[in-house]
Design a protein around this ligand. Sequence first.
Ligand SMILES: *[C@@H]1O[C@H](CO)[C@@H](O)[C@H](O)[C@H]1NC(C)=O
Ligand SMILES: *[C@@H]1O[C@H](CO)[C@@H](O)[C@H](O)[C@H]1NC(C)=O
Ligand SMILES: *[C@@H]1O[C@H](CO)[C@@H](O)[C@H](O)[C@H]1NC(C)=O
Ligand SMILES: *[C@@H]1O[C@H](CO)[C@@H](O)[C@H](O)[C@H]1NC(C)=O
Ligand SMILES: *[C@@H]1O[C@H](CO)[C@@H](O)[C@H](O)[C@H]1NC(C)=O
Length: 288
Amino acid sequence: MSGSKEDDRKGSSEWREFFWNPRTHELLGRTAASWGLILLFYLIFYLCLAGMFAFTMYIMLLTLDDYKPTWQDRLATPGMMIRPKGNQLEITFSTSDTESWDGFVHNLNSFLSPYNDSYQVQTNDECTPDEYFIQEDSGEVRNNPKRSCQFNRTILEECSGVWDRFYGYDKGQPCILIKLNRVIGMLPGKDRQSPYVTCAAKREDSDKIGLLAYYPPNGTFNLMYYPYYGKKAQVNYTQPLVAVKFLNASLNTDINVECKVTSNTLAAGSDRDKFAGRVSFKLRINDK
Ligand SMILES: *[C@@H]1O[C@H](CO)[C@@H](O)[C@H](O)[C@H]1NC(C)=O
Ligand SMILES: *[C@@H]1O[C@H](CO)[C@@H](O)[C@H](O)[C@H]1NC(C)=O
Ligand SMILES: *[C@@H]1O[C@H](CO)[C@@H](O)[C@H](O)[C@H]1NC(C)=O
Ligand SMILES: *[C@@H]1O[C@H](CO)[C@@H](O)[C@H](O)[C@H]1NC(C)=O
Ligand SMILES: *[C@@H]1O[C@H](CO)[C@@H](O)[C@H](O)[C@H]1NC(C)=O
């Protein structure tokens, strides 16, 4: 019994001695010089690691270009998007219920705000239609910043929100805006033929969609808005839009609409990639 107490005391004094040995001046079994060497070793070791990391990062960054991506997926055909942004690509509202379409109108107003004619005149150039607006760099000399072409809001006529400030939503003739996703350097047409948008209903809804109107005429994305050189090079770039107005869509029923872009240089979206060059959404207009 008493022996074990003795052992305890001995054990704890051994521990104390291990922690700090006053005879040899060792802390945790090492002298100050030994600890110092270890700290120095790790300091140099980590400095080297950090240096290597910084060096490889620096070399990597050297190969990047601020103005265009080093790697860009060779998407045969870019995707499309609609405005107003609905819930899950669904545009559902009641003509008589202002609140049901108020959000859509606000969304379109703010989206189209930078397209105001007055703003476009301030920021962008008047370009020659049906021609690419090419602004290449000459060798290493960067031709930046690059100019962009005017896309006046009034080109969208009935869907511009200028004359009809509710974009037809109050009359059951809603406007939907369509944009083609930006791809740097994309040339979407040849022989002065601009790509154009067509919308149709999925087969079972084809008798419900009614007549459509496109703005600008023929639903074209004019070639003068291409090629796009990237956000940093073309600071005031205004993405071209096509507006579709549903003039006589059936009421109180779901209409599945698909819009697609046709171009003589971009491959038609294959069935494999159902987002290439097309967008689908559901439209439902209720009358109360
Ligand atoms: C565009 O015009 C609308 C009114 O027509 C205005 O509310 C909006 O602030 C204008 N936006 C810009 C960017 O000038
Ligand atoms: C845009 O509108 C302004 C002002 O109305 C006009 O001066 C300009 O020519 C228009 N631009 C285009 C490309 O139609
Ligand atoms: C962009 O727009 C601003 C006015 O908002 C204008 O001063 C500037 O020159 C424009 N830059 C280019 C490259 O077009
Ligand atoms: C629309 O297309 C038709 C036939 O393809 C063509 O004759 C007409 O000039 C086009 N209109 C515009 C404004 O591009
Ligand atoms: C609108 O559509 C209805 C059927 O949904 C049809 O009876 C009517 O003739 C159409 N009106 C016009 C102007 O096309």
